[in-house]
Design a protein around this ligand. Structure first.
Ligand SMILES: Nc1ncnc2c1ncn2[C@@H]1O[C@H](COP(=O)(O)OP(=O)(O)OP(=O)(O)O)[C@@H](O)[C@H]1O
Ligand SMILES: [Mg+2]
Length: 303
């Protein structure tokens, strides 16, 4: 496997703020690599440096084996980009948006026309080819932006929050499409605020906070490294005692808002303890990435 992206000590500062503060990561060909992190963590800044839209100001970054230079602001033709904000042309039709984008890649209109059927099918927009972009729903626009990123047949696709704001159906469709691309061998780099999305799609992840990496690994590695495997959530009709009242129970117990979270290797003992408390609702579940995320990045708002 070859490295598609390799970053060492990568930095980017803005006045009064180190947006990316010396991070090391690599992305192997064919994998889906995810960046998680609270608002303002530096996810989009990292992606913008990878795509050559923001100049790095420290460290080393190689994309397809080529160093990205501090003054470089060109995007490799081998890369497709899905920005955080949809930047379609609202005054053009769906088809025209794809044609115009193809011209940036030096493709003839005829070459794009030949791809159009496939791209529209990918986005499930076959019957919207002549619709104006401003008439599309948010989910349709997002699918179109993803289809547009495929115009140049990229080897790497960089997606900044591909499904934010979409309904579950639209999100599942996009997940399925991204998995299709991955099966075709396309390398994916994405950011997301949805832990389920990260768990479903990503082979490996890194969790960023205030420009620094808190940890990286496969979803399963991160879960086993940071949280006990069994979680019990306890909610009540009235106020719950503080976590300290349950110090004798196995594992770790934490109160967040109106819920007690018990993390342990012995959820049954925890459940037994609450068996006669008919005023409480207990839910047992396996630990997930959200538990890891909250443990590593804290419970407070970051920005
Ligand atoms: N062009 C800019 N000028 C000044 N500060 C910036 C600029 N772009 C980003 N920042 C700052 O850098 C930090 C990281 O921003 P970035 O957009 O990378 O975060 P993010 O992880 O993508 O957040 P979100 O989840 O909200 O999209 C933030 O504090 C942001 O305000
Ligand atoms: Mg962002």
């Amino acid at each position: 496997m070859s490295e598609v992206v390799s970053a060492t000590g990568l930095r980017k500062g803005y006045p009064g703020r180190q947006a990316v503060d010396g991070i090391d990561f690599t992305i192997q060909s064919g994998e889906c690599f995810g960046i998680l992190g609270p608002n303002g963590a530096g996810k989009s800044t990292t992606l913008r440096m990878v795509i050559g839209l923001t100049a790095l100001d420290g460290g080393r970054l190689e994309v397809f084996g080529q160093p990205m230079y501090p003054e470089q602001t060109t995007t490799s033709q081998r890369m497709g980009v899905v920005p955080q904000e949809d930047n379609l042309d609202p005054d053009l039709t769906v088809g025209e948006n794809l044609l115009v984008y193809g011209r940036y890649f030096g493709l003839s209109d005829q070459a794009v026309q030949e791809k159009l059927v496939k791209l529209l099918a990918f986005a499930q927009l076959e019957d919207r080819r002549d619709a104006m972009v401003r008439e599309l729903s948010g989910g349709m626009m997002r699918r179109l932006v993803i289809a547009r990123s495929l115009v140049g047949s990229p080897e790497l696709i960089v997606l900044d929050e591909p499904t934010t704001g979409l309904d579950p159906q639209a999100r599942h469709l996009i997940w399925q499409r991204l998995r299709m691309l991955r099966e075709e061998g396309v390398t994916l780099l994405l950011t997301t605020h949805y832990m389920e999305e990260a768990a479903q799609l990503c082979d490996r992840l890194m969790i960023l906070n205030r420009g620094q990496i808190l940890d990286q690994g496969t979803p399963a590695e991160l879960i086993s490294r940071h949280v006990e495997p069994e979680v019990v959530e306890i909610r009540g009709n009235g106020p719950l005692p503080e976590a300290g009242a349950y110090a004798h129970l196995p594992g770790r117990i934490e109160k967040i808002g109106d819920t007690l979270f018990s993390y342990s290797t012995d959820a049954h003992t925890v459940l037994d303890h609450f068996r006669n408390r008919h005023d409480l609702t207990c839910l047992m579940r396996p630990a997930n990435l959200e538990d890891v995320f909250l443990k590593l990045t804290g419970r407070e708002l970051n920005d």
